[in-house]
Design a protein around this ligand. Structure first.
Ligand code: SAH
Ligand code: SF4
Ligand code: F3S
Length: 481
């Protein structure tokens, strides 16, 4: 596998190969030279720190960056007092952007004390020309800026930035190819995300993702299966298939493949114990998928199904292409096939033109469905999206008041629903030693509920049967049976 490639066998004085991923391995070897030079001068390896600001797809991208750097000889650290700091940014809401600018101020102060430090920025924010302009004007201390479409070129860009003190900027406005077979350094040894598709074609009117992640592109099933098989042989027992709208997976492949068909192939992989996926768009969730889930032994009984709003009028303005009734009918079909399934969602409060009646429709769906948990967001105006230009932007104090009401309702219902599992025995994947109490470990049920139980570090990465003894609102205390 490429993970085991010997960089020392690459001749870095020859011309760089044109083909990918060979070209990137050539540049990893070049970066390795830089690392060795650093070691000679400083008697230690250079270390890098990656901070991820975005969703699971960004987190997976960060693992790819980490894989490249590890192969090149860097050591990883959690501290931003590193030799190379990478911010993998998100721009889905304005506060995500603001956090990055805030942290950059802090990085600048660190760099003043340690001028050799190098700073790289990547991720969705970098796909916005106005952001790159602002960085060029006011954040000259940043060494490297690259986007989401050319992430695979990281080694090449880093090698280029090592040769200059000027800011290197390389952002593409669309993806040219999907480059497979690059290394990745996983955060967890026992679970991993796996991209099944990139980009999004849905253009929900509030959302910036289609503009910064580009058009939908599915990976070939055989590439996905090969990656999962490799992960499983490395000890991974749980995978999360990732895409902005996994239910439209495979439509543009030749021949076309459905997401349900892909899941059936993944299910066959021996040694793999759990399959999760994210995110499902309600408009594309097929009966075939419900059927496959219901019959599967490995697909977890959890579905994240973003509602966004319960008002059909607002859903239309959001360009979601389903209405309140269709969402409720879909939930009914899913629950009929899998009564024990946990349902979670995302909702936006304060979309332009949202009235009190519209908001009450959202509250109504929350009550009718009874979500096991929900992410609630205050609408954030993203320039360039259709909603940003819509009339009737809702005043902040009104939004805040609705947001608080929604959150209270969501939490009350979730706490009630969580009681239903008390006393039952559930399979738990132990993920870590508890941070507050070292006599406990913490894991997840297939419904994605958190469970704390007595145990030691040896249990981490194992699936164990646990009786849920007590529910504390959003998490459980349990004991191994
Ligand atoms: N592709 C996924 C979600 C990606 S973004 C889906 O369609 O469900 C994650 C969540 O961020 C969205 O579900 C939405 O609730 C929220 N979000 C996206 N744009 C937003 C905006 N402009 N303001 C507030 N929340 C937003
Ligand atoms: Fe954004 Fe809609 Fe695409 Fe999700 S489906 S990423 S909310 S445009
Ligand atoms: Fe954010 Fe980009 Fe994900 S905008 S939510 S990191 S796709």
């Amino acid at each position: 596998m490429y993970n085991e490639i010997d960089l020392d066998k690459i001749d870095i004085h020859a011309k760089p190969p044109i083909e990918e991923p060979d070209r990137q391995y050539y540049y990893m070897a070049k970066c390795r030279e830089w690392v060795r030079e650093f070691e000679r001068k400083n008697s230690r390896r250079p270390c890098f720190c990656t901070q991820t600001f975005g969703c699971q797809m960004n987190a997976r991208d960060s693992e790819k960056l980490g894989g490249i750097l590890t192969l090149a000889g860097f050591a990883e650290t959690e501290s931003e007092q590193a030799d190379l700091v990478i911010y993998n940014t998100c721009t889905v809401r304005e506060n995500a952007n603001n956090r990055v600018y805030g942290r950059l101020g802090y990085l600048h102060s660190l760099k003043k004390k340690r001028p050799h430090m190098r700073i790289a920025l990547c991720g969705c924010m970098m796909q916005e020309p106005a952001v790159v302009e602002k960085l060029k004007q006011s954040y000259r201390f940043v060494n490297l800026v690259f986007g989401t479409h050319n992430l695979y070129q990281f080694a090449e860009l880093l090698a280029r930035s090592f040769e200059t003190d000027k800011m290197v900027v390389a952002v593409w406005d669309q993806a040219e190819q999907i480059v497979e077979e690059l290394p990745a350094e996983r955060k967890f040894s026992f679970k991993s995300g796996v991209n099944v598709m990139f980009g999004c074609n849905n253009f929900c009117s509030y959302c910036i993702v289609p503009y910064v992640r580009g058009r939908e592109k599915s990976r070939e099933p055989k590439e996905i299966l090969r990656e999962i098989e490799q992960l499983v042989s490395d000890g991974v027992v749980e995978i999360m298939l990732l895409g902005q709208n996994v239910n439209s997976y495979g439509k543009t492949l030749n021949p076309p493949v459905t997401f349900a068909q892909l899941l059936q192939e993944v299910e066959k992989i021996e040694g793999l114990r759990r399959i999760r996926f994210m995110t499902s768009h309600p408009k594309d969730l097929s009966d075939e998928l419900i059927e496959v889930m219901a019959h599967s032994k490995k697909i977890c009984r959890h579905l994240h199904l973003p509602l966004q709003s319960g008002s059909s009028r607002i859903l239309e303005k959001m360009n979601r292409r389903y209405d309140k009734e269709a969402y409720l009918a879909l939930v009914e079909r899913i629950r009929k096939a899998m009564p024990e399934l946990a349902l979670t969602t995302d909702m936006i409060v304060g979309f332009p033109g949202e009235t009190e009646e519209d908001f009450l429709e959202t509250m109504d769906v929350v009550k009718k469905v009874g979500f096991d948990s929900a992410f609630t967001f205050i609408y954030s105006r993203r320039s360039g999206t259709p909603a940003a230009e819509m009339e009737g932007q809702v005043p902040q104090e009104v939004v805040k008041e609705r947001f608080d009401r929604l959150l209270t309702q969501v939490q009350q219902i979730a706490a009630q629903k969580a009681q239903r599992l008390v006393g039952s025995v559930q399979e738990v994947l132990v993920e870590s030693v508890n941070e507050q109490d070292a006599s406990l470990v913490t894991g997840k049920t297939e419904h994605n509920f958190t469970v704390h139980l007595p145990g030691t570090a040896e249990l981490v990465g194992q699936l164990v049967d646990v009786r849920l003894d007590e529910c504390r609102g959003f998490y459980y205390y349990g004991s191994i049976v």
